[in-house]
Write a protein that binds this ligand. Sequence first.
Ligand SMILES: CC(C)(COP(=O)(O)OP(=O)(O)OC[C@H]1O[C@@H](n2cnc3c(N)ncnc32)[C@H](O)[C@@H]1OP(=O)(O)O)[C@@H](O)C(=O)NCCC(=O)NCCS
Length: 294
Amino acid sequence: MPIHEVRASGPEYLALVTRLLQRARLAGPDVGVWEAADLQWWWRKPRESDAVDQIFWLDDEGPVAGVVLSDWARAWGCDPIVVPRRSAVPLVTVWARAVEAIDALKLGKVEVLARDDDAELVELLLGSGFAAADDEPSGITQMTVEDRPDPIALPDGFLLVDRGRESSEPHPMRRRNGEDVERRLRQCSLYDPALDLAVEADDGAVAGYALFWFDPVTNVGLVEPMRVEDAYQRRGLARSLLTAGLDRLAQRGARRLKVGFATEAARRLYVGAGFRVTSLTTTYRRLSPGNVHP
Ligand SMILES: CC(C)(COP(=O)(O)OP(=O)(O)OC[C@H]1O[C@@H](n2cnc3c(N)ncnc32)[C@H](O)[C@@H]1OP(=O)(O)O)[C@@H](O)C(=O)NCCC(=O)NCCS
């Protein structure tokens, strides 16, 4: 099948990367790192990378490979993505274009999250001046929907709310994610306000929140993000949010449930709810002093 290359930014990029990651997931449950919903979550706030012309390779049915550069403020993220088998574009080609794009944009600190069992990508990273960061262990956890726990009620004094109801209340995530968060989330094809959950304390304060994403193409249900504010931790709020959200994902038709972790607390929370660690991941960083962007 003939392959051609396109460049896309803004909403056109979001549509293409969604389709690309859905095709990658349909190729197998353990392909790559990300769900389409992960990259839709990244869309929640404006970033310098919104203007970057991201590279995609397309066959007659849509995208088969791509390079995504994301401005994380602390560094730039780079994600080479390929649909295995269907792709006539090998990872080595995608990675070479990624490095070209990083150099052309003069990006300084660049990070790539790789699965520890992705020997090909790890070798390419080490050969391009990237080194493994000494971060807390991170990884991916999954379970089938039949294994999900029953919903666990919140402790007294807390209320579960979602964005599905009519509300003029500001979005609970705006403090960390900016005033635009609701508008940007509503631009995402996989965003469902009834799966956008928060826990309110008696005085109306937001104690925590979690967003659940159902992808009807892949039937995967993703949890991203999950947060309980410091003052409310270790009272079982995350466990209640998680079990309530997983149940809603099951009602939507999710077959497989997935969540990534980057801290030991999160790993314990997810494993305690029945998730199984299916891959460990490592962040690789490259520092290029003297470049223009941070
Ligand atoms: C991870 C986080 C969501 C947990 O919220 P929480 O409401 O305190 O969690 P819960 O009280 O429901 O705890 C459920 C289980 O998670 C695990 N857990 C939670 N916090 C933990 C901690 N600090 N250290 C170790 N295990 C922890 C425990 O297994 C706990 O069960 P237990 O209390 O019976 O031992 C919260 O610490 C947080 O928001 N952290 C910052 C953001 C973050 O890391 N989010 C996850 C991103 S993937």
